[in-house]
Design a protein around this ligand. Structure first.
Ligand code: NAP
Length: 277
């Protein structure tokens, strides 16, 4: 039930039909009994800036931004925070009452919160993190790990120059290699699209990982990737990609609707039910 004062937010993407964000935010709106709405907002790239200005005029509180608009959103903001600066992109917009547009990138935060939730006891300072991939998601995850105190990152990507560029941009203790050593890794992250439904699996022997290592996959369709199944079979703590998806949504919801939302089993089950391949 919406009143004339309902708070409004949504997700801008092109296409946007695949986005789970409306389902996720819709669950929280209902759970907390909020007079508000969260809409899918399909917008072609050529119309993106005018669409954002229109949302401001329409009194939206803000929006999420997904592919292919994350860099355009960064360029359009009046102010961005450190996380967005490090990511070079924005996934969450806040429209302030004075008309200013502020942006942040919450993927790195969502990743860290997800690992803390699914691998209790893990701390960023525990040891090196080996990250496979060097795309947009890895950029956010790598920056968040360094900022949280990870002592060293080891980056391996099919296209080495992309990993080198990322290491240069982020600065700090980052090694780029095509043969990552797993022996002293405290955390292994798959940030490639390997293992995703319709893609080849990630083939990697997990035997050299220490018994205390945590294995995280950013892929969330399927929820249990071959990599996570192999990690669990070795008795390692495994962290799925759904946790990152859920936790990255929290700052936006809190800012737009004024309630700190909870990630719990009921929310996971509700969103996971929509992830079946
Ligand atoms: N859980 C979440 O909330 C969340 C959020 C964002 C993304 N993700 C997931 O994270 C993954 C990466 O997303 P992204 O946005 O960073 O995509 P992206 O920018 O397109 O990067 C894709 C990465 O995968 C690598 N890759 C693709 N195909 C490969 C192959 N056949 N062999 C080896 N490497 C391959 C690419 O390597 P090259 O550089 O060599 O092309 C690149 O490192 C996707 O699975 C996505 O679904 C999850």
């Amino acid at each position: 039930m919406l009143s004339g004062k309902a708070r409004k937010a949504g997700v801008l993407g092109w296409p946007v039909a695949h986005s789970r964000s409306p389902r996720l935010h819709g669950f929280w709106l209902e759970r907390y009994g909020i007079d508000g709405a969260y809409l899918p907002l399909p917008v072609a790239p050529v119309h993106f800036p005018e669409a954002v200005r229109a949302l401001v005029q329409l009194g939206f509180a803000g929006a999420n931004v997904t592919i292919p608009h994350k860099e355009a959103a960064f360029a359009l903001c009046d102010a961005v925070d450190d996380a967005a600066q490090r990511a070079g992109s924005v996934n969450t917009l806040f429209f302030r009452e004075n008309g200013r547009i502020e942006g942040t990138s919450t993927d790195g935060y969502g990743f860290l919160e997800s690992v803390r939730e699914q691998a209790p006891g893990w701390q960023a300072g525990d040891g090196p993190a080996v990250i496979l991939g060097a795309g947009g998601a890895v950029r956010s995850v790598a920056a968040a790990l360094l900022d949280a105190g990870c002592p060293r990152l080891v980056l391996a990507n099919r296209t080495a120059v992309r990993a080198e560029a990322l290491a240069r941009d982020l600065g700090g203790p980052i090694e780029v290699t095509d043969r990552p050593r797993l022996e002293d890794a405290a955390l292994l992250v798959n940030g490639t699209s390997l293992g995703m439904e319709g893609q080849p699996p990630l083939v990697l022997d997990l035997a050299p990982l220490p018994a205390t290592a945590v294995v995280a996959d950013l892929v969330y369709v399927p929820l249990e990737t071959p990599l996570l199944a192999a990690a669990r079979a070795r008795g390692l703590q495994a962290v799925d990609g759904l946790g990152m998806l859920l936790h990255q949504a929290r700052p936006g919801f809190a800012g737009w609707f004024g309630v700190e939302p909870r990630v719990d089993a009921a929310l996971r089950a509700f969103v996971a039910a929509d992830l079946m391949p």
